[in-house]
Write a protein that binds this ligand. Structure first.
Ligand SMILES: [Zn+2]
Length: 116
């Protein structure tokens, strides 16, 4: 994977994360929880890292957020784009379509067939 591909995927991940976090904040305002308390992005991320996430997010959203965080960590660690199961490179087009994936297409479909 080239540096520019990495940057592209990182931007995509950060964009997705912001999108999910924006939803969290909106829910927070709607329910009156955390409204006006959260000052900036960093603090917001910290708050979400606490247990707020379970109350504010649906199951699929919090799972997605987890995957995005994990992918960003792996980008920083330099092992992003490698399948968790078979340790082969994940197809770049697959990553572009869904940058938060951590399994290659083969392992993913095997997992789905096993009912997760
Ligand atoms: Zn694999």
């Amino acid at each position: 994977m080239t540096e520019s591909e990495k940057n592209e995927l990182r931007e995509s991940l950060v964009g997705q994360r912001n999108h999910v976090l924006k939803d969290v904040n909106r829910h927070g305002v709607m329910t009156g929880v955390g409204a006006g308390v959260i000052a900036d992005e960093t603090e917001r991320a910290d708050k979400i890292a606490d247990n707020v996430v379970e109350h504010q997010l649906g199951y699929s959203e919090s799972k997605l957020l987890e995957k995005i965080e994990y992918a960003l960590q792996r980008l920083d660690a330099g092992d992003y784009g490698v399948c968790d199961e078979c340790h082969k490179d994940i197809n770049i087009e697959r990553l572009r379509a869904k940058p938060s994936v951590s399994l290659c297409i083969h392992c993913q479909s095997a997992k789905e067939q096993n009912g997760r």
